[in-house]
Design a protein around this ligand. Structure first.
Ligand SMILES: NC(=O)c1ccc[n+]([C@@H]2O[C@H](COP(=O)([O-])OP(=O)(O)OC[C@H]3O[C@@H](n4cnc5c(N)ncnc54)[C@H](O)[C@@H]3O)[C@@H](O)[C@H]2O)c1
Ligand SMILES: O=P(O)(O)OC[C@H](O)CO
Length: 316
């Protein structure tokens, strides 16, 4: 929608031919954005070759854990010199790779051909054309500027950044902190507790970023604090809602069954913890989320353990 509103010709791929046909004939996507009229200039197709043909930008947005498999199939179809843009906010399980790393590896393209769009961008609010800002990150600033121009509209304001590592970590770790805040919310905890999780969550994100060569200032920007605030305060966030259901006492199976869309933090909390361990970084909130979501630790027990850690200085 944003690209079409910005004047681009958009070819949208989806797995289901019937849904692509509905989008083309009704100008709406009733399964994902009911009641929203899509702009002219979007053509949907279930044929990836048709979607990829001649594209200046190939925008990738599937669940993070399926990207490698999807992109391997699409690689022969990509237009020469196309810039691959990731909208995904996850870290791959097993490899602990960021999405731009998976893209470079699978598509065999240099970092200069890969950009990331991230920031406080809850889909339903964007679809309602409510004002929002975002970050386009690429190691090549000129490439980031090209995509910035391609997606700038009166309601969508993208900034550029060359710190791809920081921008991607901000997007992936905020989902884990969103789960933690949701759990606190579901347990009936108040705003002091949630503000503590957000602030200390940002501290552990920044520690990981520093260890991985990111610019610490990125984390006080849209990809860090901005997205953290949106995710941790909105019931529209799938990660936040997932955590709230767990905190209210639903089992993991019940919570998964109640979640219709992708809550990236559920899988990425494990890969973020993997990254932290590889880089020797302490991420106690992430560790707590993993223990609740994957090891079945009752939230009340995990909370007690988190609060009884040894005393520390705020900044180390
Ligand atoms: N929805 C948002 O507000 C939002 C905002 C910014 C970024 N993102 C990111 O976008 C990514 C995707 O999330 P989403 O909101 O689109 O999720 P979603 O669950 O709404 O949609 C995922 C889409 O991927 C398809 N899909 C599922 N498995 C697939 C597979 N194996 N191969 C191909 N397609 C598959 C689904 O059919 C669906 O159309 C995530 O990384 C998320 O963090 C989402
Ligand atoms: O619904 P969530 O939790 O995946 O969050 C959506 C976006 O990432 C918010 O910027």
């Amino acid at each position: 929608m944003v690209l079409a509103d910005a004047g681009c010709e958009v070819s949208l791929w989806g797995r289901r031919a019937a849904l692509a046909e509905t989008i083309n004939t009704t100008g709406t996507n009733p399964d994902y954005l009911p009641g929203v009229e899509l702009p002219k200039g979007i053509t949907a197709t279930a044929d990836p070759a048709e979607a990829a043909r001649g594209a200046d930008f190939t925008v990738l947005v599937v669940p993070s854990q399926t990207l490698r498999e999807n992109l391997a199939a699409w690689k022969p179809l990509l237009a020469p010199d196309t810039v691959l843009v990731s909208l995904m906010k996850g870290v791959e399980l097993g490899t602990a790779e960021r999405m731009s790393e998976v893209i470079q590896e699978v598509a065999e393209v240099p970092a200069e051909r890969v950009a990331v769009l991230t920031g406080p961008n809850l889909a339903k609010e964007i679809a309602a054309r409510q004002p929002a800002a975002a970050v386009v990150a690429c190691v090549d600033e000129a490439v980031a500027q090209r995509f910035q121009t391609a997606c700038m509209t009166p309601y969508f304001r993208p900034y550029t950044n060359t710190d791809v590592v920081g921008c991607e970590l901000g997007g992936a770790v905020k989902n884990v902190i969103g789960l933690a805040v949701g759990i606190a919310n579901g347990m009936g905890l108040g705003d002091n507790s949630k503000a503590t999780l957000i602030t200390r969550g940002l501290a552990e994100t920044t520690r990981l970023g520093l260890a991985m060569g990111a610019d610490p200032l990125t984390f006080s920007g849209l990809a860090g604090l901005g997205d953290l605030v949106a995710t941790c305060s909105s019931p529209l966030s799938r990660n936040n809602t997932f955590g709230t259901n767990l905190g209210r006492g639903m089992t993991l199976e019940e919570t998964i069954a109640a979640t219709k869309q992708t809550a990236e933090g559920v899988k990425s909390c494990e890969s973020v913890l993997d990254l932290a361990r590889r880089h020797g970084v302490d991420m106690p909130i992430t560790e707590t989320v993993v223990s609740i979501v994957h090891d079945g630790k009752p939230p009340i027990v995990a909370l007690k353990e988190l609060m009884s850690r040894s005393a520390k200085a705020e900044r180390r």
